[in-house]
Design a protein around this ligand. Sequence first.
Ligand SMILES: [Zn+2]
Length: 212
Amino acid sequence: MELSQARDIVYQAGLDLVKEGLVARTWGNISLRLDDHSFVITPSGRNYETLTAEEIVAVRINDLTHQGDVKPSSEKGMHAEVYRRRPEINAVVHTHQRHASTVAAARKEVTGLSEDHARLLGKSVRCAAYALPGTKKLMKAAGQALEEGRHAALLANHGALCVGSTMEAAFRVALELEGACESFIAEAFARHYGTRASTMEEMHACYLTTAP
Ligand SMILES: [Zn+2]
C-alpha cells in the first residue's frame, strides 16, 4: 500500500475512535501494515483531534526504526510483534476503552462469548500478563494472548489490543469487544448480587471488588 493512502486510513480511524468513544479517557494508538517490512502508526503523545495525516509515522517491523522527525507511538513494539507473528493481520488498534479496560484491570479472560462475538473475536479474549507499556515483556505477552487466531486481547491494568485483516475489521473488533466486555461485567454483577446494577459506575466498581 502507498504511504499516503495508509496514513489517510490511520488518520480516519483515529477520528472514528474518538467518535465511537473508544478513546474517551486516554489516547490509544493505531497502525496499518505497509508491506512485509513496515507499517505506519500514530505518533507519540498526540491528540487524535489535532493530528494531521502527515504526522502518521512509518516504522520498520524488524528494528523499530522510523522515518522522519515525528516520533512514533511508544507502543510501536507491540504493533510490530503482531505484524511479525501474524502475516494475515494488516491493522492493529490499541485502546483504553472503558469496559475492556475494567475487565483488564480484573485480569480476567472473557469466556462464554456469544456466537457472533466468538466469530469475530476468537473463542475467548485472554488477558496478557501485566508488563509496563513499551517494554519487550508487554510485546511478548500481548502476542501470546492473541495466539490461536484470536483478534482481541486484554492487557492487564492497561487496555485492549484489537487486530484485523483490514482497518475496518480491526475497528469492528474493538467495537464488538466493548459490547462483549460490557455483557461479561453485567453477567458477573448479576451472578454476584442477583440483580442488575442501576448505574454503570456501580457495575464497574462492584465488578472490580468481586471479580478476583
Ligand atoms: Zn496503552
